[in-house]
Structures are given as C-alpha cells and as structure tokens.
Design a binder for this molecule. Sequence first.
Ligand SMILES: Nc1ncnc2c1ncn2[C@@H]1O[C@H](COP(=O)(O)OP(=O)(O)O)[C@@H](O)[C@H]1O
Ligand SMILES: O=C(O)[C@H](O)[C@@H](O)[C@H](O)[C@H](O)COP(=O)(O)O
Length: 157
Amino acid sequence: MGVSGSGKSTVGELLAERLDVAYAEADSFHPPANIRKMAAGTPLDDEDRRPWLDAIARWLSERSGQGGVVSCSALRRRYRDRLRDSGAPLFFLHLDGSEELIAGRLKDRKGHFMPRSLLRSQFATLEPLEPDEHGAAVPIGGTPAEVTERALAVLAP
Ligand SMILES: Nc1ncnc2c1ncn2[C@@H]1O[C@H](COP(=O)(O)OP(=O)(O)O)[C@@H](O)[C@H]1O
Ligand SMILES: O=C(O)[C@H](O)[C@@H](O)[C@H](O)[C@H](O)COP(=O)(O)O
C-alpha cells in the first residue's frame, strides 16, 4: 500500500520474485472509467473505488493460501477492511516516504496514466496503518533492491 509513486509496482514485483509467488498490479483492476477520471486529473471517490476493491478482493480470495503480492494503494482503513473481508490473510506493507521524495520520483516516471498533480490528494486521503492492523511501514529511501530487502526483513524477522 501507499500513495501513487511510492514504489508499489517496482517493489511489489521484486518482492513477488523473491518470494516466488504470484504478483498482481492493482491498477489493472480499475474499470476504464476510473483510469479516464484519474488521467483527466480528478481523484477517485469511494464509489469509484468500490468495484476496483471488489475485483482485487476476488483475486485475493481465489489465491488464498497460495501466497501472492498485490501492489494496491489501499489508502483508507475502510479500503483495507474491504480487502481483509476477502478472507485471505493479509499483511500490508506501507511504502512510506515524504511527498517531496515521491514527487521527485514521479517527475521521472514515463508512460503512466496517473498525473503528478494527484499526489497531493493521495496524501490527503492516506490513512496510515492503525495499531490493530496486520502490517508495517517500510521507509522507501534507497534503491528498489534495498527497499525490497527491508520489506523481506519485516515479513520474516
Ligand atoms: N527505490 C526507488 N528509488 C528510485 N526510484 C524508484 C524507487 N522505487 C520506485 N522508483 C521509481 O519511482 C516511480 C514510481 O514507482 P512505481 O513503482 O511506479 O510506484 P507506484 O506503483 O506506487 O505508483 C517509477 O518511475 C519507479 O521507477
Ligand atoms: O485509489 C486511488 O486513488 C487509485 O487507485 C490510486 O491510489 C492509484 O495509486 C492509481 O491507480 C495510480 O496508480 P499508481 O499508484 O500506480 O501510480
């Protein structure tokens, strides 16, 4: 989990490779209308995110027990609750970094529908993990390989 540009896709793929489990990119579960809306510079609302979270929850429940990594922003507590309702045992890794660091990385990202102008609203929507949630924050400084090592250390201390 984490805001746009926090490294979910980059680190998620590396993590899945290291764990030898399936990987899913949550962006690919958005209905086309959601992609169009974000590309036009408008943040999604809860209603837009409902079918998207339902589709990700389906993927999770189909894979329950086999392991897997999904890179999904899961910005609000209630979105994570929806994913937990899938029944799959989930561990949320929050890729955690400053708006300044992430904005800098997004400047160099090419060929992605998400405009940088939405980063502010992503931070405004973000609700960090609460103490009762199974998961941990992972600082995103350093290379993707370093962040992946940090995530692995948290998963298997
Ligand atoms: N640890 C890192 N160091 C430098 N650049 C990174 C790092 N992680 C990701 N990036 C780059 O930052 C941008 C956003 O990463 P991405 O994985 O697309 O984030 P998200 O999936 O969360 O939107 C991409 O251009 C990616 O190559
Ligand atoms: O809930 C949302 O507002 C979106 O799903 C958003 O959080 C997500 O991050 C976008 O799909 C952009 O994609 P990237 O995170 O890959 O930039």
